[in-house]
Design a protein around this ligand. Structure first.
Ligand code: SAM
Ligand code: SF4
Ligand code: SF4
Length: 348
């Protein structure tokens, strides 16, 4: 029997979707492009991706209308947060138009993660289109270290400019993500803390993950969050604070002197799969129920083959309801070597 969807009868609410471990679907991450103007060593290293890596042909990408249709279906099933990501989402031509379409979905918080290189140029238009907040990735305060990590010659000053313009445009509070890789940028933790403490921006430290197959991940290059907290706490005493909502990925800490808060994302040392409510839509319309999934579920053929909303909803529901993923909880020595989907394709 066909489901009664709100967009059909305008009244009947749909039951929330639960996966096979009882987790609801709450966050939808949408990768809007697989292209990037950076070649971060931990994500899309130049040695593997080069400058002319064969990225997806344009016709393979979901259109803004197709993305919006899927987002509406997810919103009807309980998704309350949408994050645009990539690749570098600000490289997708006309991204403001997509933001306008998504911002019109009621009850959904709309955010975007960017490397910041094009943010100064785009922030005002993104905000006017309805974007609420941005997260900016920044891995070092020192220009030489940062350029080594992004491998594209982007300066720290350029990212700072993006952060300031975004802040002034109203895309605040801004979260700043630092991926910490031992021996590469761990000495940049304290300089970034000193720089951002008291600014109102929230600095977050991400454990380097074994995402994709191209970054040559090694466990001993992971700096555990506990170590990051010890380093920061020795100079600026910290205390834990409550999560903003159940299932929040970053553990929150505040400076005891009242100068703000930081977050740590312990994807490797303290896996949070049990409360993982995230699903990812790839650039060409595949759904991934885990960052470490090897196979996606294609929706593009359904979208382009004339499926109605009931049929699409049934497909989405089936995918989420059969979800069993908890990769980080089960991570064993062998799994980092298995073939996985690149972070730049699926969206971080
Ligand atoms: N290009 C945008 C950016 O860098 O912010 C958005 C896409 S990027 C894939 C999303 C996030 O994933 C970034 O904050 C990035 O630092 C993080 N990331 C990428 N590879 C990672 C890895 N191996 N381990 C941990 N975080 C990673
Ligand atoms: Fe590009 Fe973001 Fe990956 Fe860096 S982390 S290569 S900016 S997609
Ligand atoms: Fe969620 Fe998969 Fe990450 Fe676990 S490993 S937290 S299930 S995305």
């Amino acid at each position: 029997m066909a489901l009664a969807l709100p967009y059909n009868d305008g009244v009947t609410p749909l039951p929330p979707l639960l996966d096979s471990l009882g987790r609801p679907v709450r966050d939808l991450r949408i990768s809007v492009t697989d292209h990037c103007n950076f070649r971060c060593v931990y994500c899309m290293p130049k040695t593997v991706f080069g400058r002319d890596y064969p990225f997806l042909p344009r016709t393979d990408l979901l259109s803004f209308e197709e993305i919006t249709r899927i987002a509406q279906l997810f919103a009807a099933r309980g998704v309350s947060k949408i994050r645009l990501t990539g690749g570098e989402p600000l490289l997708r031509h006309g991204i403001e138009k997509l933001i306008e379409l998504l911002a019109a979905i009621p009850g959904v918080e709309l955010t975007l993660t960017t490397n910041g290189a094009l943010l100064a140029q785009k922030a005002a238009a993104l905000h006017s289109a309805g974007l609420q907040r941005v997260t900016v990735s920044l891995d070092a305060l020192d220009d030489t270290v940062f350029k080594q990590m992004n491998d594209a010659g982007c300066s720290v000053a350029k990212v700072f400019e993006g952060i300031e313009v975004a802040n002034a445009a109203g895309l605040a509070p801004i979260k700043i993500n630092m991926v910490v890789k031992r021996g590469t940028n761990d000495h940049e933790i304290l300089p970034l803390v000193r720089h951002f403490r008291g600014s109102g921006h929230i600095l977050r430290f991400i454990e380097y993950m074994d995402a994709g197959s191209s970054n040559g991940w090694k466990l001993d290059e992971v700096v555990p969050s506990a170590e990051v907290l010890r380093i920061i706490g020795a100079e600026f005493p910290l205390e834990p604070i409550d999560a903003n909502y159940p299932g929040e990925v970053a553990a929150r800490w505040r400076y005891q002197d009242g100068t703000g808060e930081i977050g740590v994302i312990s994807s490797v040392t303290q896996a949070f799969c049990n409360s993982c409510t995230r699903i990812r839509l790839s650039t060409e319309g595949k759904l991934y129920t885990c960052l470490f999934a090897t196979e996606g579920h294609d929706l593009r053929d359904l979208l382009r083959g004339g499926s109605n909303d009931n049929e699409l909803d049934a497909a989405i529901a089936g995918i989420w309801q059969s979800r069993q993923n908890r990769y980080s909880l089960l991570r064993v020595a062998a799994t980092p070597t298995l073939k996985k989907i690149e972070m730049s394709y699926i969206g971080g």
